[in-house]
Write a protein that binds this ligand. Sequence first.
Ligand SMILES: [Fe+2]
Ligand SMILES: [Fe+2]
Length: 149
Amino acid sequence: MKITDALRAEHIVFHNLFDHIEKQIPRLKNLHAVQAVTSVLEGVLEDHGIVENVLLLEPLETSLGHIGHLENFHEEHEVIDAALQDLRSCGELKRGKQLLLRAVQLSRQHFDKEERVVFPLIEKQLKAKTLNELGARWAEQRDVSATSD
Ligand SMILES: [Fe+2]
Ligand SMILES: [Fe+2]
């Protein structure tokens, strides 16, 4: 399996999670509940971001050097982290809900952009063999079995 297809599959799960969180936000009754949802989101986004940094960005930067799209990609991960960090220190329910919604919206935009721009760029720049090797490393890290296509 190509690394980009593996990450697209992860994205499907995230899009469902984003939809679910958006629907739940109006029902969250206190800051504790907002923080609990934030922790889950933060945890899964962090894992996904690490996998992307190690298995997409580093190989691509090695083969291409510096390109603009990748700088944005790093920056967007940081902007999402910062939004989640603001949530941690927020002491007010209404504001907490707004910040959580903002973090979900930023994440969705970032994921959409990866699907439209970054993954196709990577598929253009790296050889099929490399994409499959990175996919195998992804499967090892995620502890799943995957076959090359
Ligand atoms: Fe990302
Ligand atoms: Fe992603």
